[in-house]
Design a protein around this ligand. Structure first.
Ligand SMILES: NC(=O)c1ccc[n+]([C@@H]2O[C@H](COP(=O)([O-])OP(=O)(O)OC[C@H]3O[C@@H](n4cnc5c(N)ncnc54)[C@H](OP(=O)(O)O)[C@@H]3O)[C@@H](O)[C@H]2O)c1
Length: 263
């Protein structure tokens, strides 16, 4: 058992704590945040130790998870005094690279990055991790195993981390669901039926593809009868710029990630 300390007790920390508790983690969990109300709430919901003092939180850590927003990373890391013992720290902040993190708090602290999503709350998450060459095999395994408690873990090079961050966001699904359901309502469905039909339309086929053996091409062919309604719908969506809208959205996300690195 080791002590995992979270700096920042917001959305992603809450989701990770839920996932870790669901997995019956044996780690001791500590959270530091500047909002006493958030600490009280997390303590009550997930039986974590709440630590209002930054440096005493860091002192307890075997693994340190930095889960503040990108524009707070510098402030919180500068407020940590010298760390005089080996410590593995994991940055979650979108776009903030290893070189920036290790400049703010250098050796003996060793950095990794991870990109989970709130889906870790359900134990069905996916997390990308990236490690510097200098991180030992034992420390890589430690970080990997922590995130594997609530879903699949993929290791990718840091050069691809921003692309993963932009593409792997459950907001894509929620956004598509909200859009399709809104248009379903405009087409005459009541709100509940529009949401139900849209959720099944978007989610069930994708889960069937993920869990099954059929290729995406085969499933698309099965679902879209030439000359039929689905064919007319998706053809018009493509002609209206569906692909362009997604491409431009992803490009905006990548620009934001690059801006986070420079903040
Ligand atoms: N949300 C996600 O789905 C997700 C997924 C993967 C990665 N991430 C990354 O995880 C990080 C956190 O995201 P989030 O959505 O969880 O943010 P959030 O809900 O805003 O939580 C951040 C928490 O950290 C606190 N905080 C900020 N600066 C602090 C400081 N100097 N000392 C103590 N506490 C401080 C904030 O307090 P205040 O509200 O008072 O500022 C807030 O309670 C971001 O960098 C994001 O890129 C998020």
């Amino acid at each position: 058992m080791s002590t995992v300390v979270f700096l920042g007790g917001g959305r992603i920390t809450s989701a990770m704590l839920a996932g870790l508790r669901l997995a019956k983690t044996r780690h001791r969990l500590v959270v530091h945040d500047r909002n006493p109300g958030k600490l009280r709430d997390l303590k009550k919901r997930y039986a974590v130790a709440a630590e209002s003092d930054l440096n005493s939180a860091v002192k307890q850590a075997d693994v340190l998870i930095v889960a503040v927003r990108p524009n707070s990373v510098r402030e919180i890391l500068r407020a940590i005094g010298n760390v005089d013992r080996p410590l593995v720290a994991v940055g979650l902040a979108a776009g903030v690279p290893l070189r920036v993190l290790s400049k703010l708090v250098g050796p003996p602290v060793q950095w990794a990055r991870a990109m989970p999503s709130p889906l870790c709350r359900s134990g069905r998450g996916l997390t990308a991790v990236t490690f510097p060459r200098t991180l030992s095999r034992a420390d890589r395994k430690r970080v990997h195993d922590l995130f594997a408690a609530f879903g699949q873990v993929v290791e990718i090079p840091e050069s691809r981390f921003d692309a993963f961050t932009v593409i792997y966001s459950c907001s894509h699904g929620y956004h598509a669901l909200a859009t399709l359901a809104r248009i379903g309502q405009a087409a005459g469905l009541d709100r509940n039926t529009a949401l139900l039909a849209s959720a099944h339309a978007l989610a069930d086929g994708i889960i069937a593809w993920r869990d099954g053996k059929d290729s995406l091409g085969t499933l698309l062919e099965e679902a879209v009868t030439p000359g039929g309604i689905a064919s007319a719908t998706v053809t018009q969506m493509d002609a209206a710029g569906y692909g362009r809208a997604v491409r431009e959205g992803v490009a905006a996300g990548l620009r934001r990630a690059r801006a986070n690195a420079a903040k």
